[in-house]
Design a protein around this ligand. Structure first.
Ligand SMILES: Nc1ncnc2c1ncn2[C@@H]1O[C@H](COP(=O)(O)OP(=O)(O)OP(=O)(O)O)[C@@H](O)[C@H]1O
Ligand SMILES: [Mg+2]
Length: 255
């Protein structure tokens, strides 16, 4: 299966501070990956590094065979990365309709399809972003990312701070998204119930050591694929440590 997202020996952080160290990851088309970790371990930093919001000290990021790590964020988004930020980042002074159309691009995901996933949004089209509940804002954030028709969707703790009933509804949506066509997903979650239900073998991160398993879509597993997948990932995310960066010169800046 074709590779969707590849990180090779990535070390990244903020300015001279290194948060991620020597991260390796291969996510194939249609694969899903769950990431669990304690507060401050670097989960958001991982996604932010793919988006180009951090300082890359070392390594490479590839999307569908194109090298991303020297591109500005907007070109990464255009290249096919969808981003559901931890803070949701809904445009408060735009309507739901405007929030949805602002980055929309043609493809599989249409407004009709996202309203099928989130029926509430269809009824709130004329409301401003700041008139939505937390759950509705989260749905809008996911719907907005889907409408960019990404090849890789990065979701940062989508259930954080939501009422249990909304968490259940979102978990059902996440299951539908997993394995939806060729969409590859990286889901960061603190809610272990949601994370464990997402891929069959979620990653577990601790400071200084981590491991991960990415999963092929349910529709297309083969014994050979899963054996190869598991073997190739054993020990592939070597370590993730937060420490002061002592090098005199910062790593290559993201331009
Ligand atoms: N903009 C920033 N500038 C400097 N340091 C930062 C910045 N953002 C995060 N950090 C630091 O990087 C480390 C990793 O933070 P990150 O937000 O990636 O953790 P996280 O695993 O997503 O945590 P949480 O579960 O709380 O969301 C933390 O020590 C944090 O203080
Ligand atoms: Mg975070």
């Amino acid at each position: 299966m074709a590779e969707a997202l590849v990180l090779r020996h990535v070390s990244a952080g903020y300015g001279e501070t290194v948060v991620l160290e020597d991260i390796n990851l291969v996510l194939a088309q249609g694969e899903s990956l769950g990431v669990i970790g304690r507060n401050g371990v670097g989960k958001t930093t991982l996604l932010a590094t793919v988006m180009g919001h951090t300082t890359l000290h070392q390594g490479e990021v590839w999307l569908g065979g194109a090298r991303l790590d020297r591109l500005p964020t907007f070109r990464r988004a255009r290249g096919g990365i969808g981003w559901v930020p931890q803070e949701r980042e809904i445009f408060p002074s735009l309507t739901v309709r405007e929030n949805l159309t602002i980055g929309a691009r043609p493809g599989h995901w249409t407004q009709e399809r996202v309203f099928d996933l989130f029926p509430n949004l269809g009824a709130r089209l004329s409301n401003m972003g700041n008139q939505l509940s937390g759950g509705e804002q989260q749905m809008l954030s996911i719907a907005r990312a889907l409408l960019t028709n990404p090849s890789v969707l990065l979701m940062d703790e989508p259930t954080e701070g939501l009422a249990p009933v909304i968490v259940e509804a979102l978990a059902a949506v996440l299951s539908r998204l997993r394995g939806a066509g060729a969409l590859s997903i990286v889901l960061v979650e603190q809610n272990s119930r949601v994370a464990l239900a997402f891929p069959r073998g979620p990653s577990s991160w601790t400071r200084g050591a981590s491991s991960t398993t990415a999963n092929r879509p349910r529709s297309a597993p083969t014994p050979n694929d899963s054996q190869r997948s598991s073997a190739s990932r054993k020990g592939s995310w070597r370590s993730m440590r937060r420490r002061s960066h002592r090098r005199a010169t910062p790593g290559p800046a993201i331009s």
